[in-house]
Ligand binder design. Structure first.
Ligand SMILES: [Zn+2]
Ligand SMILES: [Zn+2]
Length: 545
């Protein structure tokens, strides 16, 4: 599909799912991409941590891709760049803090010189083919959240990125409502907008409001205080630093992503007055009431700092009378992992504080009143909900229509939508899908490798090696080895039985494939009798002389 005299929108990720945002705009033979994010894998992808978007649709016409514009530095918006940007050969555009995070990622992957990264000043404008794009500062839970005003020959789009309304954002200026109104005055064809919190009746709340809650908890605490939060939330770090000063505590930082964010933030002018962190040793030597630890791992990641502290395998220790504050929300899917860590902390005698007990967190996404406010500011002709699962997108479309927006389009990944000219409608379908990063290899998420791994994971594997002499007779008993088959202490008896089964199933001089299949079925039947499971069975016939 090559865009003609029209304005096309197509999401390759992030519409119909939360995570992995990739959006395309097409016009007069050119495309721009907005964001290129990833998703974290769940346990249904054994051995895999990262999920990436399938980009074949744009890769096959990458000479038409004028640039990749990044709204902000969260993983679901920039995380796939180190794996997929080089192939696309398009330059990247981002404001300085986001660009700093991207530069770090590219460097880690050895791509620093291979992908062109262009920092754009806040509020800056770039021209890419028929698109004129202006970065519009909005609030979010990371410095430099940007909406994009995308001007085209067929009308203007306001692509919000992730955003919220925050009059007192702690870091950076409050977004200018004047600017948003002016954008509306010039006429907005389509508002492509964050749907994450469309089911929240209340506004997200100001970042500044978290200070009082954190201060009260830290002031009250009789032992060490540990606060866990999303590393990228620099405003939260700023608040935590302030609380530490106000309560006479020294700050200790635990977690590599926190170190990295601090470095990038300070090099781009943020967190300049953050207290100089103390070492783990020092934190353990100081009186308990003089220590405030900031740690990663609030989503229950077992190898992150908090997980290791809770498990007692970290240099930092917590115990009776200490307090852990979860200054974060539970990302759906992480409940069990977080619960496990909370139980470990509880066993240590630690007091746990979450957003349920105290006001220690605010969301970075707009609730319903904020969405309605945005419609009033920019007055779009069409609302295109993105950044949500199917239920979020449909609810967001309903909300827009019920608040005076003339049209809304519910689309999902792969729908090619013509926004103009004429009525907005789906005109084509792009190929979409998920890839996994498995070790250093990128694979289809539900292809042969992952399916095989799942089968081995669920049922186990038995290998059978059958040695055959020149006459086609067995040169010895077949060698049976089970892996992950639940035979435990019966292992030897099971192996003996399976070896017998394989021996009986072997018929000399027959067709090789048929013989192998007969042995495979016999061993599998034996395993099913012993365990009720149907493991994978792999049979090898070896000619010996
Ligand atoms: Zn975000
Ligand atoms: Zn996001």
């Amino acid at each position: 599909m090559i865009p003609g005299e029209e304005l096309i929108f197509c999401a390759l990720g992030g519409s119909g799912e939360i995570g992995m945002n990739v959006n395309l705009y097409g016009c007069r033979g050119r495309w721009i991409m907005v964001d290129l994010g990833l998703t974290f894998a769940d346990p249904s992808y054994p051995g895999v941590e990262l999920i990436l978007p399938e980009l074949e649709f744009i890769e096959t016409q990458q000479n038409r891709l004028a640039g990749i514009v990044l709204t902000h530095g969260h993983e679901d918006h920039i995380g796939a760049l180190p794996y997929l940007a080089e192939e696309l050969k398009a330059p990247l555009y981002a404001t300085p803090f986001t660009a700093g995070l991207i530069a770090g990622k590219l460097e880690e992957e050895g791509l620093a010189g291979h992908v062109k990264l262009n920092p754009v000043e806040r509020g800056g404008t770039i021209e890419l083919g028929p698109f004129r794009i202006t970065f519009v500062a909005l609030s979010h839970s990371i410095p430099e959240g940007n909406g994009l005003l995308i001007e085209t020959p067929f009308g203007n789009v306001f692509h919000t990125g992730d955003w919220k309304i925050d009059e007192t954002p702690v870091i950076g200026e409050a977004p200018s409502t004047e600017v948003l109104r002016e954008i509306g005055d010039d006429g907005i064809l389509a508002l492509v907008c964050d749907s994450t919190n469309v089911f929240q009746d209340k506004p997200s709340g100001s970042e500044d409001s978290v200070h009082a809650g954190l201060l009260a908890q830290a002031a009250e605490a009789k032992g060490r205080v540990l606060v866990t939060t999303f590393a990228s939330n620099a405003a939260r770090l700023q608040t935590i630093g302030r609380v530490a000063r106000e309560t006479g505590r020294q700050v200790c930082i635990a977690g590599r992503s926190l170190d990295r964010i601090l470095r990038v933030a300070q090099s781009t002018g943020y967190l300049i007055d953050f207290p100089p962190p103390i070492s783990f040793d020092e934190a353990m030597r100081l009186p308990k009431t003089e220590v405030l630890i900031v740690a990663t791992g609030g989503q229950g990641e077992p190898r992150a700092a908090l997980g290791r502290i809770a498990g007692g395998t970290h240099d930092l220790k917590l115990g009776e009378g200490d307090t852990v504050i979860f200054s974060s929300r539970v990302i759906p899917g992480n409940e069990t992992a977080i619960g496990r860590i909370m139980n470990q902390l509880s066993d240590l005698g630690v007091t746990i504080v979450t957003e349920r007990q105290a006001h220690v967190h605010v969301s970075g996404h707009p609730g319903r009143p904020e969405l309605v406010q945005m419609y009033e500011w920019v007055r779009p002709e069409i609302v295109v909900p993105v950044h949500g699962e199917a239920r979020h997108l449909r609810e967001h479309a309903r909300l827009a229509l019920s608040h005076g927006v003339p049209k809304s389009i519910v689309q999902e990944d792969g729908d090619v939508i013509r926004l103009a000219p004429g009525e907005p409608k789906k005109v084509d379908e792009a190929r979409v899908g998920q890839l996994v990063l498995d070790g250093d290899v990128i694979l289809p998420a539900d292809g042969a490798t992952i399916n095989e791994r799942r089968r081995i994971g669920y049922s186990g594997l038995i290998t059978v090696a059958v040695a055959v002499d020149r006459e086609g007779q067995l040169a010895g008993p077949p060698l049976v080895r089970p892996f992950g088959v639940p035979v435990e202490e019966d292992r030897e008896d099971f192996v003996a039985d399976a070896t017998d089964a394989a021996t009986r199933a072997y018929s000399p001089g027959g067709d090789e494939a048929r013989t192998r299949e007969a042995v495979r079925l016999a061993v599998r039947r034996c395993a099913t009798l012993w365990t009720g499971k149907k493991p994978l069975v792999d049979v090898t016939l070896l000619a010996v002389r």
